[in-house]
Design a binder for this molecule. Sequence first.
Ligand code: SAH
Length: 214
Amino acid sequence: MTASDPEHKMQLVFSLRSSGVTDRRTLEAMEAIDRRDFIQGIFADRAYEDMPLPIGCGQTISQPSVVGLMTQALDVQPRDKVLEVGTGSGYQAAVLSQLARRVYSIDRHRPLIQEARQVFERLALHNITAMTGDGSFGLPEQAPFERIIVTAAAEDPPGPLLAQLQVGGIMVVPVGQSDTVQHLIKVTRLKTGFDYEELRQVRFVPLVEGLGKN
Ligand code: SAH
């Protein structure tokens, strides 16, 4: 079964819409990418439920409604270069690849990057570059980015990422201490300074310094 099966497609679109995801391009991108491709093993059967699921290295694939809300808030344009911090399974990057010119995605766990690369290859998503690294420093050699998305919770939006955001660009980042209340924040870079908008409460794994041990 894939997301192109009418029943699963309807289930996905229903949970997205009831969570407030109404943007047509976001819905189309999420219909084009099958979440099941990004979940291995015993949890694969639950790919179409609106829940986070374990993916290895102690991490989780985000729930579809949160991926939808973050994608919608990011308002990606076709010529945009996007940076994602927290590749995880690669699902969010794959959704963004449908909307952007190029997606750079960084994760601190090498095994997750290796698996995500294989899925991108298999699905012929050639506009994604996935790399192992500490994404809190961004990717200076490719900066500035029109859009930045962080899929792990930071105490504050990391300074290097703010610095690598293009003027007029948007960053979406969950902010707050892990296991307490986190808020999804939309940051817009203005000519001088930044505008901050609080979107909703979320729960993400924490942004951790340095590379994973495995
Ligand atoms: N976007 C993912 C879900 C991410 S879970 C998906 O669609 O499946 C959060 C990810 O952030 C984890 O894989 C974790 O390893 C990664 N992470 C945490 N701190 C990081 C850091 N400093 N740099 C890069 N990745 C980090």
